[in-house]
Design a protein around this ligand. Structure first.
Ligand SMILES: Nc1ncnc2c1ncn2[C@@H]1O[C@H](COP(=O)(O)OP(=O)(O)OP(=O)(O)O)[C@@H](O)[C@H]1O
Ligand SMILES: O=C(O)c1ccc[n+]([C@@H]2O[C@H](COP(=O)([O-])O)[C@@H](O)[C@H]2O)c1
Length: 340
């Protein structure tokens, strides 16, 4: 058996990883590709998503592929997860197998920093997949060129959800994984901070009123993604997706476009979250979640006003609190000249 080993952080696994495996099976004449998630990768400092959650996403992504397997060997090896240790252990466990270690060219460029790389190269063959382009070739490596896949886990964590299988997207949205990074990627630092403080309040209100706190967190963190759009760009979106809102004040449009983005870019189909985002400025959403997001946005503790009275009413009675905030907001919006 000839086995390709694809080690990585897989935070999260993406379509690029699957494309590498498909190509490796064909072009390297492999029988199987084993995906090996690292407990802690040696050269990256970032705090990783818990191993178990990365593994759940990998299981879902790999399920349709008979020749792609999950190998959890690094779970029980010392950290950081040095490849030399992994390869030695695998060779001992499976002496009859022929292994090829697969890397992208970004890792290839770093190879001189890998632990005991000369010994490692004697133990296992390396296959290098092009990513940016392979600059310098060396004897003893197998190069897979004319391979190109734009996906990266970094981009996925910032919202490029099109690059992950649907089942993985579902886990990400159900768990609220990466919402901070997505909010950071779309919002300026001030707005990001607003998302953090208002979603904390949204979670508190959700818990007080029997609403799913995870949904409150996701909706809160992602409610303002479209707020940075300029009027002209926003108008383009409104004309296509929300023509019925074209006569409203343009500053309101971000609520509608935000919901559309969640659906079309992040493939988030949870109607309750979409509704809460789509009406978070005007407060027309009917669900308790929509009311909570509306309230938390308006009395966000991060804005620096004393919200003791409003918060107490909202914690006590959601509908009464909602009406109170709505009245205060209407007065404020009229003062700002916004047409609602
Ligand atoms: N699109 C791609 N093209 C070629 N190689 C890739 C691609 N994506 C990942 N790889 C390679 O797959 C291996 C595992 O990747 P990893 O799990 O670190 O994903 P990543 O997208 O590189 O993550 P991050 O963006 O967090 O650095 C690495 O050797 C990496 O170089
Ligand atoms: O052994 C090393 O020194 C070493 C240094 C950097 C990366 N690796 C391995 O290379 C694979 C890809 O790593 P990463 O950081 O791109 O996810 C993963 O299996 C890492 O354990 C290994």
């Amino acid at each position: 058996m000839k086995i390709g080993l694809l080690g990585g952080t897989f935070d999260p696994i993406h379509n690029g990883h699957l494309a590498i495996a498909k190509t490796a099976l064909k072009r390297l004449g492999l029988d199987q590709v084993w995906f090996i998630p690292s407990l802690k990768t040696p050269l990256k400092d970032r705090e990783l998503t818990p191993f178990e959650l990365r593994v759940i996403m990998m299981e879902k992504a790999l399920r349709p592929y008979r020749k792609m397997k999950l190998c959890l060997i690094e779970k029980d090896l010392p950290t950081p997860s040095y490849t030399i240790t992994t390869v030695k252990t695998l060779k001992k466990q499976y002496p009859e197998y022929d292994f090829v270690w697969i890397i992208g060219d970004d890792q290839y460029a770093n190879l001189d920093q890998w632990k005991a790389v000369d010994e490692l190269r004697r133990l296992v063959q390396f296959a290098v997949f092009s990513r940016q382009g392979i600059a310098v070739k060396q004897p003893g490596f197998q190069y897979v060129e004319n391979f190109s896949h734009p996906a990266s886990s970094t981009a996925v964590r910032q919202g490029a959800f099109k690059d992950v299988p649907k089942a993985v997207r579902q886990v990400m949205l159900e768990t609220g994984l990466y919402v901070e990074e997505i909010a950071k990627a779309y919002c300026n630092p001030r707005r990001y901070q607003h998302c953090v403080t208002m979603s904390a309040l949204a979670v508190e209100l959700a818990k007080a009123h029997g609403v799913n706190p995870r949904k409150a967190y996701v909706a809160g963190m992602l409610h303002d993604l479209a707020k940075g759009l300029d009027e002209e760009t926003a108008r383009g979106w409104i004309e296509v997706y929300w023509p019925q809102a074209r006569d409203q004040a343009w500053k309101i449009w971000h609520q509608y476009i935000g919901a559309t983005w969640l659906k079309t870019r992040l493939y988030l189909y949870d109607q309750e979250i979409l509704e809460a985002v789509a009406w978070h400025t005007t407060g027309e959403g009917k669900s308790d979640l929509a009311k909570i997001i509306y309230i938390a946005d308006k009395i966000d503790p991060g804005r620096g006003y004393d919200i003791t009275r409003q918060k107490a009413v909202c914690l006590q009675d959601l509908d009464q609190g909602f009406r109170l905030i709505q009245q205060e907001q209407k007065a404020y919006l009229r003062k700002e000249g916004l047409n609602v």
